[in-house]
Write a protein that binds this ligand. Structure first.
Ligand SMILES: Nc1ncnc2c1ncn2[C@@H]1O[C@H](COP(=O)(O)OP(=O)(O)OP(=O)(O)O)[C@@H](O)[C@H]1O
Ligand SMILES: [Mg+2]
Length: 563
């Protein structure tokens, strides 16, 4: 009995398996037939939504860009849209978002989306495939076939080609650019949209270029939050700023954090050595940056390296000293803006993207541009130290002093960068000393101590000078730097009678400067700085006595003596 039932159960199980297998086979057959039979009601016709890639679940911002592109395509009827930016800025996602929106708003519109392919024939094959023009033989000229088919089209069609930089712009082989130009000029029913890291090699008034800007800080922070990173709110904000609005970097940082990377170390590395961080932890971005930079001509890479010596944004006037003449400057500037190597900022200044700038600084050696970089940096240092000296000279009359203060505020980052470069220059032992001499000179000291803001930054600068001079056992410069640091402190404590401790520390600084100076040969003691040290030392003594009285210590001391 038991055996009989067991056998029946076994047969039932086998029947169920067979039934399932038959059903799956029927399902696959139906799917296959629907997908190959042209004209079949459910066939995946060109531009059907399911031929489009999915938009990332965390897509954020970019509404304006998407709407503008749609308007340019469908309202203004422009023939081609070029979405251009350095790697990882979100071009592909914007193109996907535009494609989905187009299909939702105009279901009958054909949208053909072709993902990254590196040969024009493959792209054309893919287009023919989407237009149901298979089969063809290998020997067919796919480019001519595609052109013929696109000319015959009766319906409005948008062709989206993603990441075309690898096919376009070859100096000898202009095949892709020619094909795109032909589409723009000759295929009335077709509009083209490409995403690329490199500008196309032809000019037309029918092209609309969209240069994707980095996401703003709020959106960056929002994206990190949506990606559920495990760190404090404060750390999320800092990370949002440090990622420079590059979605790919934000996504990678979020993944690192999720995998347990320490948020504080991540912040520190993004600040100090972003390229090192990427090289070992986000190789995809590091490699993409490398491919992006090396795609340009040697001359453009040279200019990139040269401009990367600027720590932040700059005006065309700021970079004048790096070029032979205005024509050269304007030509290079326009070229770089055109291919998104440079960005126009809100304040009309120009800037390299922070990650690109960091790449050009860190990878001079692998780009074979060490000499170019060093020369540019020397020029930069010299230019900004000269500027500091000349501004200090004009810090005299009311009007010229106002101009000097304004220029210092505007150029502070560059001047401080030049000083930092000189202090840290390992190749030229004279550089730190020469920079120390500049900032300790009477006029520059007077200017910086009174104007450089916040005052702590000025104090840190002179403290750094003290440390460098002390470490290299350079007594003259050590005495001079102590004198400068003391003077900076005096600018504050001289007005603050409630700070006896501050005055005592300042007095000790001048005293140390004085004592060090006394160990130097006689001729080194006959100088303006030493006279300054002595006079300020005297002033500190006077201040100390004043504070002593004003604090009521004198009365207390007197009372003690009388007792
Ligand atoms: N607006 C956005 N919101 C959220 N995530 C985004 C956004 N844009 C891009 N991303 C994410 O950033 C990453 C890079 O985006 P995308 O591939 O679109 O950049 P790209 O500019 O096309 O880069 P490439 O030059 O390498 O082709 C992807 O992981 C994507 O999910
Ligand atoms: Mg892309």
């Amino acid at each position: 009995m038991g055996r009989k039932e067991g056998k029946r159960e076994k047969t039932k199980g086998e029947l169920r398996r067979l039934e399932r297998a038959l059903l799956s086979l029927a399902y696959i057959t139906v799917l296959f037939l629907f997908s190959v039979l042209p004209g079949s009601p459910s066939a995946p016709g060109p531009g059907k939504p399911r031929t489009l890639p999915c938009l990332t679940r965390h897509f954020i911002g970019r509404k304006e860009d998407v709407e503008k592109i749609i308007a340019k395509l469908r309202t203004d009827r422009l023939r081609m849209i070029e979405i251009i930016s350095p790697p990882g800025m979100g071009k592909t996602q914007v193109a996907i978002s535009v494609s989905h929106s187009l299909k939702i708003r105009e279901p009958t519109l054909f949208v053909i989306y072709v993902e990254r392919l590196d040969k024009l024939t493959d792209i054309c094959g893919e287009i023919l495939d989407r237009l149901h023009c298979r089969p063809w033989s290998i020997s067919d000229d796919l480019i001519s076939q595609a052109k013929r088919k696109l000319l015959e089209l009766q319906e409005d069609t948008v062709i989206v080609l993603d990441n075309t930089e690898d096919v376009q712009g070859k100096e000898v082989d202009r095949e892709f650019d020619d094909f795109a130009e032909w589409l723009v000029k000759s295929a009335p029913k077709v509009q083209l949209m490409i995403t690329t890291r490199q500008d196309v090699g032809f000019v037309s008034a029918d092209i609309h270029k969209v240069q994707l800007e980095p996401l703003d800080v709020n959106l960056s922070v929002e994206l990190l939050r949506r990606l559920e990173v495990s760190c404090s709110e404060k750390q999320v904000k800092v990370l949002g700023e440090l990622c420079g609005g590059i979605p790919l970097l934000l996504v990678n940082c979020a993944c690192l954090l999720k995998d347990g990377f320490n948020p504080e170390v991540l912040i520190q590395e993004l600040r100090n050595n972003p390229i090192g961080l990427l090289k070992f932890n986000a190789k995809e971005i590091y490699d993409a940056l490398g491919r992006f930079v090396t795609m340009f001509s040697e001359n453009l890479i040279k200019t990139l390296i040269v401009l990367s010596v600027f720590p932040s944004t700059f005006s065309p006037k700021d970079i004048e000293f790096l070029f032979d003449d205005q024509l050269q400057l304007e030509t290079v500037k326009t070229k770089m803006l055109k291919c998104t190597l440079l960005q126009k900022m809100n304040d009309q200044k120009l800037g390299l993207h922070p990650l690109l700038q960091a790449y050009c600084r860190t990878e001079r050696e692998s780009l074979d541009m060490v000499e170019v970089g060093c020369n540019a940096q020397s020029k930069f240092n010299e230019h900004y130290l000269d500027l500091l000296k000349s501004l200090s000279k004009t810090f005299i009359t009311k009007n010229s002093a106002r101009d000097a203060i304004e220029t210092l505020r505007d150029q502070k980052v560059n001047i401080m960068e030049a000083l930092k470069n000189c202090f840290e220059d390992a190749n030229d032992a004279d550089q730190p000393g020469q920079a120390i001499d500049v900032v300790n000179s009477t006029e520059v000291l007077d200017f910086l101590a009174k104007v450089l803001s916040p005052p702590k930054e000025c104090a840190d600068l002179y403290r750094k000078c003290c440390d460098i001079a002390k470490t290299s056992d350079d007594k003259r410069r050590h005495a001079e730097s102590l004198n400068s640091l003391g003077f900076r402190r005096l600018c504050d404590v001289g007005h603050s009678k409630d700070e006896p401790e501050g005055i005592r520390v300042t007095l000790e600084m001048f005293q140390e400067a004085h004592d060090i100076r006394k160990t130097l040969p006689e001729e080194d003691q006959k100088c303006q700085t030493h006279a300054h040290t002595i006079s300020k030392l005297g002033l500190c003594h006077v201040l100390q006595v004043t504070v002593f009285f004003s604090c009521g210590k004198w009365e207390r001391q007197e009372a003690k003596c009388k007792q």
